[in-house]
Design a protein around this ligand. Structure first.
Ligand SMILES: [Zn+2]
Ligand SMILES: [Zn+2]
Length: 147
């Protein structure tokens, strides 16, 4: 049976790339995943089109491929930069769709490990909570030894 997808992945990639100026976003003309990223089938696997584009132009990378233009369907290699998951989070924060507060009142970071959600749905700092309960224990101990 002949594959309905003809040509090399590279040929199929270019077929879905609209002709646009190099400084503009090239919005993927093919399938997109639930996050809005273009997808391209390469052999048995589905890859993200922007990643394919990045590796096609800049060579393979172990890192995430991020959009400088914040436009998920864009596959313009000039808009793609390698980065880490942390960079991505920082971008999202900068874009304002992530809770603005990144540190508690005492400056402990709201990282995954240091953050818990209380029963009323609010975030709290684990470091501070641990310190508060330790202080409470010490206060009670002092009261006991004083009396
Ligand atoms: Zn772009
Ligand atoms: Zn804290």
């Amino acid at each position: 049976m002949k594959s309905k997808f003809r040509g090399t992945p590279e040929e199929r990639f270019w077929r879905k790339v609209p002709k646009a100026a190099t400084d503009q976003c090239w919005e993927w003309d093919g399938r997109r995943d639930k996050d809005g990223y273009g997808t391209l089938r390469v052999g048995p696997t589905q890859v993200r089109a922007h990643r394919f584009s990045y590796e096609l132009h800049h060579g393979p990378t172990e890192l995430l491929v991020r959009h400088r233009c914040n436009n998920p369907p864009c596959v313009n290699p000039a808009h793609l930069v390698p980065g880490t998951h942390e960079d991505n989070m920082a971008d999202r924060k900068a874009a304002g769709n992530y809770p603005a507060k990144t540190h508690c009142k005492l400056g402990h970071p709201y990282t995954k490990d240091n953050t818990s959600i209380s029963h009323d749905g609010r975030r709290y700092c684990r470091t501070c909570r641990a310190r508060r309960s330790r202080e409470q224990r010490e206060r009670r101990a002092r009261i006991r030894t004083a009396s």
